[in-house]
Structure formats: C-alpha cells, structure tokens
Ligand binder design. Structure first.
Ligand code: ITT
Length: 207
C-alpha cells in the first residue's frame, strides 16, 4: 500500500518503514515534489498531527498520515510536550535540546525524573480521518548513552524493554533507548504502537 508520510524527519520515516514492513511503500512530501514547510501551529499533539496530515491531503490529494510526538517530563509539568522539537532556543539540533533538558534536571533525583514519549498519528484515507495514540513510559537519565535512534533517545530510559523471548521485562540495567537494537526500540516505542494500530486498522477496512 502506498502512503505519504507527512514528515520532514527522516528518522521517523525510517522507523515507520521498518515497523510497517514491506507491505507498505512510504514516501515523503518532498519526494512527491512538495517542499513547503508543513505548518504545525496547534497547542496539542492531536491538533498538530491533524494539521500536518490535512496539509498534505489538501496539497497532494493522496492518502497519507502524520506523526506528532513529544516528551512529557513530570517534573516540568509535562514540558516540553508539544514543543519537544523546539525546546532549546533558536533552531535547535537534537543535541541542543537534549543538553538543555539534562541541564534543567541537573539536581533532580531519579524518582522525580519520570517522563513519557507520546505520539499521535493521524491517518487520512479518502475522506476518512483516524487518530492513533502511543505512549512509552520511562525516566530521563543523567547522561547520554548509546548512539542508536534519534532525538532524546540517548537520555530516555524506558520502564520496560523486550527480554530474550520478546516479552517485556523491567529495564533493570537502565538501558537508554539509544542503546537498544532498532527492533527493540520499535517494539516498545510510542511510534511503534501507533504504526501497528494503524496497520491493524487498515487491514480491518480491507486496505
Ligand atoms: P515532523 O514534524 O516533520 O514529523 P519533527 O521532528 O519536527 O518532524 P515533531 O514536531 O513531532 O517532529 O517533534 C517531535 C520531537 O520529539 C522530535 O523532533 C524529537 O526531538 C522528539 N522525539 C519524537 N519521537 C522520538 C523518539 O522516538 N526518540 C527520540 N526523540 C523523539
């Protein structure tokens, strides 16, 4: 099945392709000739996710989906949340955002460093609009670890990880998302949950 993924984030594209597998052919707006910046002016993940997918549907007329995701840190009352990609000043790189968060949480003890990744995926098929949500619970670590994944993965310590038989086990060693094999991150991640729910929905409507 062909779908446009309304994103400029190639890490998200790579993860989604991996999770959805060979039955799906994903492409970006840019690969379809649309290089305009996709607007993202809402105050919630739901609103931004819908805005991104609707923009692509209007411009390209094709079936598509969008992901809006963010990191909610309890000590910061849910920030950076919808502003996760733009947490540090200016036009931040991943490392700027991550360093700012480590700095802000510098003296905060482990038990108060709870956080979660949340993703909202909006799928537009014909005139039908459907949203899927995924949540990954964890803690913000005190230092960067690993070089897999992207964004905040080097400082996100998930609560549970896949064990040797694939079943989830407590993350006793405090492994960061960025230290997990790609398949393990996708098995637990907020985006993985959304993509699998979206694929199940598409199967249920015979797509
Ligand atoms: P698009 O809007 O083009 O899809 P974006 O990177 O701007 O790409 P968002 O507005 O949804 O995407 O911002 C989400 C940010 O949250 C993202 O840039 C990362 O910093 C972070 N993030 C989301 N999912 C993540 C993950 O699986 N691992 C690490 N960081 C993640």
């Amino acid at each position: 099945m062909k779908l446009i993924f309304a994103t400029a984030n190639l890490h998200k594209l790579q993860e989604a392709s991996e999770i959805l597998g060979p039955g799906f052919e994903l492409s970006t707006p840019a690969a379809n000739g649309l290089t305009d910046e996709i607007p993202e002016t809402g105050n919630t993940l739901e609103a931004n996710s819908l805005q991104k997918a609707s923009f692509i549907k209007e411009r390209l007329g094709a079936d598509c989906f969008a992901d809006d995701s963010g990191l909610e840190v309890d000590y910061l009352d849910g920030a950076p949340g919808v502003y996760t990609a733009r947490y540090a000043a200016g036009e931040p790189q991943y490392k700027d955002n991550l360093e700012k968060l480590l700095c802000v949480l510098k003296d905060v003890p482990w038990e108060k460093r709870t956080a979660r990744f949340r993703a909202v995926v909006t799928l537009i098929i014909g005139t039908e609009v459907k949203q899927f949500e995924g949540v990954l619970e964890g803690h913000i670590g005190t230092e960067r670890k690993g070089d897999g994944g992207f964004g905040y993965d080097p400082i996100f310590i998930p609560e549970e990880i896949p064990g040797p038989d694939g079943a989830l086990v407590p993350n006793a060693k405090g492994v960061a998302n960025a230290e997990l094999p790609e398949g393990d991150k996708n098995a637990i991640s907020h985006r993985g949950q959304c993509m699998r729910a979206m694929a199940a929905y598409l199967r249920s409507i015979g797509k």
